[in-house]
Write a protein that binds this ligand. Structure first.
Ligand code: NAP
Length: 352
């Protein structure tokens, strides 16, 4: 079947396998010139999603040079940053270089933007070999080009925030918007305010999800964190009503910690951890009839589905769709209105 010459969802950029959408494709055509309906971006910085970066860091024993080589090879081979192990990508920022007249995105040459669609479907070519990156952080300063299709989303970079901070917020902005939607839905359906437990609560998506829960009118917010250091950080930030320490990959420990803190399971559990193996703890920690939001890209569908069945757990499980209308503005507003969130993000960026 010949490739379409123009497709709003980027079918014309798929090189292999034939018939796949760009996200599922193995390889994309990342030629840096605009075709009909497209926008060409001069890339300045990538943000690898946390699960992808952690996997690369672990697989290469934390050796920055090897991690850099691995990422450069993935991009060169696939024409996009699509981690073959985690299946996840990230986001990028850059400057619009060219816009085809048929593009509906409302962007102009010179606009500084963040893409709000995953790197796993964004044609990407790197020109500097990632030479300015030490391989030891999720964010990658670089030079190259990327392409947006007609059916894509992008946000202009805010002028009041540093680029690195805005990029980190945009990367996880789906989490607070979805959490807020689920909290509001619970209130509308039951007439009561829900309890919300957030696993990985001291991380980027975790701290924003805590803030969104409170903003949405949760009865109690419970932060589940890895260790005493993260607990102290969150305590200082005052983002959660309760804080408990548990290894999110230990199902019994997580469930016990949540039941001890809330007196029962959580109405809503949001999984924001960046390691695999958190499905069963989240399910056990959730009250019957409650909802688990799996925002983590390290989530296994079989582990969640079969785990819930095996535990006879009547919980709704939601895949954390990275897109909810208004998600970018909502996340930025949470960050702007609560200085503690900004402090937590800045601390993570500085630690990278
Ligand atoms: P992050 O800032 O690195 O936060 C992850 C948190 O989980 C950290 O505080 C980490 O602690 C903690 N953690 C790790 N292992 C743990 C364990 N065994 N027990 C308890 N806590 C543990 O990550 P993020 O950027 O918020 O991303 C979180 C997840 O969302 C990732 O899987 C990412 O890929 C995913 N994501 C999803 C979407 C989507 O569209 N659904 C978009 C972007 C990202 P330490 O720092 O001490 O390790």
């Amino acid at each position: 079947m010949p490739r379409p010459t123009r497709s709003p969802i980027g079918l014309h950029r798929v090189l292999a396998p034939e018939g796949a959408l760009p996200q599922a494709a193995h390889r994309l055509d990342a030629t840096p010139s605009v075709q009909e309906g497209e926008v060409l971006i001069r890339v300045e910085r990538l943000n690898l999603d946390a699960a992808s970066y952690r996997q690369l860091h672990t697989a290469h024993n934390g050796d920055g040079d090897t991690i850099r080589t691995a990422v450069a090879e993935i991009i060169a081979e696939r024409g996009k940053m699509h981690n073959p192990v985690t299946g996840s990508g990230g986001m990028l920022i850059g400057t619009v270089e060219a816009v085809d007249a048929a593009s509906p995105l409302g962007l102009s040459a010179g606009d500084r933007i963040a893409t709000l669609v995953s790197l796993t479907l964004t044609p990407l070519r790197i020109d500097d070999g990632l030479a300015r990156w030490d391989g030891l952080s999720e964010q990658i300063p670089c030079d190259g080009h990327a392409v947006l299709f007609s059916r894509s989303i992008a946000a202009r970079l805010p002028e009041d925030l540093p680029d690195e901070l805005a990029l980190a917020v945009f990367d996880v902005c789906g989490a607070p918007a979805l959490t807020s939607r689920i909290v509001n839905r619970h209130r509308e359906l039951t007439g009561t305010a829900p309890t919300v437990a957030v696993l990985g609560a001291a991380g980027k998506s975790g701290s924003l999800s805590l803030a969104a829960s409170r903003d949405g009118g949760a009865l109690t917010t419970l932060a589940v964190v890895r260790d005493a250091g993260e607990a102290a950080l969150l305590d200082k930030a005052a983002l959660a009503d309760e804080i408990t320490v548990a290894d999110a990959t230990d199902p019994v420990a997580v469930s016990d910690a949540v039941h001890r803190a809330l007196g029962t399971g959580a109405d809503i559990t949001v999984v924001c951890v960046d390691v695999p193996g958190c499905e069963h703890g989240a399910i056990l920690a959730t009250a019957p009839g409650g909802t688990v939001v799996f925002f983590s890209m390290a989530t296994s569908f079989p582990a969640a589905a079969l785990g819930a069945e095996g535990l006879a757990a009547d919980v709704e499980m939601i895949v954390g769709n990275g897109y909810t209308p208004g998600h970018a503005d909502y996340a930025l507003n949470l960050l702007r209105t609560d200085p503690a969130i900004r402090t937590m993000f800045e601390a993570r960026l500085a630690a990278d």
